[in-house]
Design a binder for this molecule. Structure first.
Ligand SMILES: [Zn+2]
Length: 301
C-alpha cells in the first residue's frame, strides 16, 4: 500500500463539500511536506478520483516527474526494464567540483543518458530514466519509477566528494541494514536527508515482508559485485569498492538496487576524468555489461 491508494480513496470524487475538499487538499499538502512520492505518483499514474479544485491544487505543487518513458530497440521488446537514476537535480546540485566549474547533478545526468544510449544500442534490456532534465525529484519519486514500471533493477548514479583532496576512485553501494564502514553510514545519512524516513520505512516494512527485503538485499549485493568485477582494471576503483549502507532510495525501489559513485569531484584528476566523454563512455560500457550479465543470470534461474 502506498500513498497513491491513500489519495485514491473512494468517495473523493464526491468531495464537492467544501470541508471534505479542504481535507483532501490538506492531505495532498501533507504528502508533499513528508517528501512522499505519492502525490506525484498519483498525478502521473492515471485516473485519480479527486475534484477539479483538488486536482488543480495538487498539480501546481508537484515536482516535475518523468513520464515513465521507456527506451528500447525493436529487438528489446518485452525485455526487462532497467531504471537509471541520475542523482540530484534542480535545486539540489549535489557536489560541486574542485575547480568549481561543474556540478554533480549535470555530470550524473550526462552519464545516465550515455548509459541509456549504450544499453538501448546493445538491445538486451529496456531503459527508463528517473529524470531526463534538470528537475528536482525526491528519493521517493525516484524509487516510485522503478515500482511503477516493475523494473528488473534500479541504478542510482552519483559522484563523490570528500574533505581529503587525494581521495579518488569509483565505488558501488548496495542496501544493507548495517553500514560496512563509518563513511558508508555517513553517506547514507546525507543521501537520506529529507526522505521522510520514519513514515516511508513504516509503509515499506509493512508492504514488503522481511524475507522479500532480504532477497532484495542479496540480489542487490550480487549486482554490486558484478559491477565491481566489470569495472576492475578499466577505471580506478576505491579500496574495497563494494560497500553497504541503509539507503532510503534503494530500500524503496522494491527491486535489486545499487548506488554507483563514479569518482570524486573533490579530486582534480577524477574531475578531469568525469568531465571526459571517453572516460564516461568506458564507465557506461562496464555498467552496461554488468547490468546485462545480471539480467541474463536472473533469466536463467
Ligand atoms: Zn550524490
Amino acid at each position: 500500500m502506498d500513498w497513491r491508494s491513500v489519495l485514491n480513496f473512494p468517495g473523493a470524487n464526491r468531495a464537492a463539500v467544501a470541508g471534505v475538499a479542504a481535507a483532501v487538499v490538506a492531505l495532498g499538502a501533507l504528502a508533499i511536506a513528508l517528501g512522499s512520492s505519492s502525490s506525484s505518483g498519483a498525478a502521473s499514474a492515471g485516473p485519480v478520483a479527486v475534484g477539479e479544485a483538488q486536482r488543480a491544487s495538487l498539480t501546481v505543487e508537484l515536482p516535475a516527474v518523468a513520464n515513465d518513458r521507456i527506451y528500447g530497440s525493436q529487438t528489446a521488446q518485452g525485455r526487462p526494464i532497467v531504471v537509471i537514476d541520475a542523482g540530484h537535480g534542480g535545486r539540489d546540485p549535489g557536489a560541486r567540483s574542485v575547480s568549481g566549474e561543474v556540478m554533480e547533478k549535470d555530470l550524473t545526468l550526462a552519464l545516465a543518458r550515455e548509459l541509456r544510449d549504450k544499453l538501448v544500442q546493445r538491445g538486451r534490456v529496456r531503459v527508463a530514466l528517473t529524470r531526463d532534465g534538470d528537475s528536482y525529484l525526491t528519493l521517493d519519486d525516484r524509487a516510485a519509477v522503478a515500482r511503477r514500471l516493475d523494473a528488473a533493477m534500479f541504478i542510482s548514479l552519483h559522484m563523490d566528494s570528500a574533505p581529503n583532496p587525494l581521495a579518488r576512485g569509483a565505488s558501488v553501494y548496495s542496501l544493507s541494514d548495517v553500514a560496512s564502514d563509518a563513511e558508508a553510514a555517513h553517506l547514507a545519512v546525507e543521501q537520506n536527508d529529507g526522505a521522510g524516513q520514519s513514515e516511508g520505512n513504516g509503509s515499506v516494512d509493512s508492504m514488503l515482508s522481511e524475507l522479500a527485503m532480504r532477497g532484495q538485499m542479496s540480489a542487490s549485493a550480487n549486482l554490486a559485485s558484478r559491477l565491481v568485477k566489470k569495472a576492475a582494471g578499466r577505471f580506478e576503483l576505491r579500496p574495497e569498492p563494494h560497500r553497504f549502507a541503509a539507503f532510503h532510495v534503494l530500500r524503496r525501489a522494491g527491486t535489486p538496487a545499487v548506488l554507483f559513485e563514479a569518482g570524486y569531484l573533490s579530486n582534480a584528476d577524477d574531475e578531469l576524468l568525469l568531465r571526459n566523454t571517453q572516460h564516461r563512455s568506458d564507465i557506461a560500457l562496464a555498467l552496461a555489461q554488468a547490468i546485462e550479465a545480471d539480467v541474463a543470470a536472473h533469466a536463467r534461474r
